[in-house]
Design a protein around this ligand. Sequence first.
Ligand code: ADP
Length: 882
Amino acid sequence: MHDELRLVRVSEGWPQELVGYRVDVTEHKQMEDRLAALTRLYAVRSRINAAIGRLRDLQKLYEEVARVAVEEGRFRMVWIGAVDEEAHRVAPVAQAGKVEGYLDGFVVSTLDVPEGRGPTGIAVREGRVQVVNDWEHDSRVALWREGALRRGYRASGAFPLRRNSRVVAVLSLYADTPGFFDDDQVRLLTALSEDLSFALTAMAEEEKRRTDEQAVQTSADRYRAIAKASGQVVWITDAAGRVTEFSSSWQVLTGQTPGEALGRGWQEVLHPDDRKRTEQAWSRAVAEMSPFETEYRLRGRDGVYRDFWAHGVPVMAPEGGIREWVGVCIDITERKQAEAALKESENKYRELVENANSIILRWTPKGEITFLNEFGLKFFGYPEDEIIGRNVVGTIVAERETTGRDLQLLMAKICADPKSFESNINENIRSNGERVWIAWTNKTIVDSQGQLSEIMSIGSDITARLAAEKALSRRNEELAALNALAHRVNAGLSLAEVVAAALDRAFYPASPDLALLYLREDDRLILQGVRPELLALSRDEAQLGMGECLCGLVLKEGKPVYSPDIHADSRCTMTACKEAGMRSFAALPLLSGERVLGVLGLAWAEAQDVEGQAGFLETVVDEIAMGLNNALLYRDLQQHSKELDRRVRERTEQLQAANKELEAFAYSISHDLRAPLRAVSGFAQIIARRHRAALNEEGQHYVDNIVLAGERMGSLIDDLLAYSRLGRQSLKLQPVALGVVLSQAINDLADRVAATGATINLPGDWPVVLGDQTLLQQIFTNLLDNALIYRQPDVAPDLRVTWTIEDGQVILAVADNGIGIASECQEKIFNVFQRLHSDEDYPGTGIGLAIVKKATEMLGGRVWVESAVGQGSTFFVKLPEG
Ligand code: ADP
């Protein structure tokens, strides 16, 4: 028998009551063993709890648990397996006792597979303790039985260990006694495993906190390193915001030493205007523990302020609260400048767009207006809020152009393919309905994805330009027509051509369907022509009286008459035009000054704004009138000149006959006078010769006078006869060598040359002329004779004969140093009997030069003189070259 103490009540794994027993020894022994085992387990639990408090490392704790369980709890073997959730395995991480290679290659699965159906696998899956008290027979351990029995394992308990209610490991205890694990033991070990689970959870949290803290620290360090590497200013402050550290770049930048900058010293270089704002932002960040971000200006070591972006983040302490602040200051001066430049350019752009004198429109590919500049709004007459967001069609674009073009379709085309519409001209419409023509330049605007987002169109109003161009081209056409017309009407001065031109409908605007031309005869208009000719005009209509029908009205009033519709015009009394289907009519006067020369009628089948064409029509008609006037004048002139010619011819014939008669008369008189003169002279000479002595002095004087007068009369008659004979002579022109003629003439005058002591210079050679020997002889004898006679008193004559050839004409000059001839007499000395001197001063008949003139003209030549009084004279004779 043996007394034994026995645990009777266990609460929460701890003994509450012990009861003493006196039992049979065998049983006692067994009881004793159990009690000892329990006692050992208490010790195990207490040691493990101590280890939990002491150890921070999980692995070490596991190892301690295994060791203590074997050492203190006398288990044959203990192992702890950690759950590998990814691999679905439980891998041994700690072991103690008689393992003997049992765990080598040990495979336990957490899944419901054979390797997972052992106590460990089930413990993991179901989260419940698994006890195997009979390893020899328990089917759950079949897979591992042999190895286990061999190593003396007879009973085992698998206890799940949890972290935050999740099974993360299994504590497996092996005893060498079957049935080792009774309820009490299981309860006690369950409590132990719960202690361990609590420890695991606590350790995990501790671990997490540690890693978090480390992460923060690492990131703060990294942040600093990055910032430093970037060359920017990095600063650190304490929790209250006092700077405790600046990177070295601060000094480089500001010139402040660390001593000057720390704490709040750095604010010294902060721009005074930025201090308050920065202070507020900083205080707010510190109070709210939120990141600090602001922009301010810092004074550089050169005294110049630069822009900075400051950004600080709080670094939290593991126990909560801010540990410090880490921040950077980044120089953004250039960015700011770039921003300012961008802003300025944007402003400029905006200004440009707003103030442009062009329409600037932006619209989407759907046709929606997104922007219209100030000028455009005014131009189209919309307030901004009434146009933005609306479609171009229905606002500034009508559905159809006045030309008929479908604008809706055009807009759709532009939207679909704006690139092919870099420029286009189309009609637009203002809010008041007024149509305007605009030349557009279109540019596409693409978004960041390269997709067409908008079309920008710049437009200028070309309505006025188009109108001017149109007017100009009409003007040009009109001028061209006018020019062609002027050519035609002035070309031949022919009345027929003027009438034909006037009836050419191409010259008039809008090409009339009918053209009629009347010319005035007295007080009536006589039709000259109709185009086209098929119009049948009655006899009555081919002649119109004053005021009759529209054309007659023009004759009466001398002003154009326009009728937009002859059917409704009571002034239009004739029927032919109406019957020919004409409607509008223009009757235009062809005027010469005030006088109506004729009337032009133009008619159109379609209604025409005939008065609107008045300006050009009247110009055309003026041109025709001018041509008509010229043609009429020319016609009259031609009639007159014919008449004149006829009269001149008649008179000339009469004159020639009279002249001939006169010449014949002069000749016959001279001829007839010769015989009585010869008788008078002959008898006078006989008296003078034979009876002179019988006469007294007076008688002698008279006789001498009779003889002299007779001689003079004789030479006068000779000269007259010579002159008259010239006209009667029939000429045979042949080449004559002038040298021969001149020497003959000089020879004839030899006495006079000798008497006056004259010198005569002659050229070395002579030309040949086409002439008549006798006439030439007469010409030069007379010229040389005069040159010797009209000499200066007491000066020997000095004659010079020269010649030249000009255009097949020989010009011969006979120059003297004589008394000269006054210019007013130089013409008339060539007339018959024209003398400048008395017979006493210079004897002569006044016929010599008349003979020279007549003879020269008969040879087809000409004679003239150049002279000045007292300077000598030069007579020129021009004759055809022989
Ligand atoms: P005449 O010599 O018989 O009077 P001319 O017909 O030869 O008649 O000449 C007409 C006039 O021309 C002359 O009276 C003279 O006054 C003038 N005359 C002609 N030749 C010369 C000359 N060489 N120098 C000056 N006067 C001249």
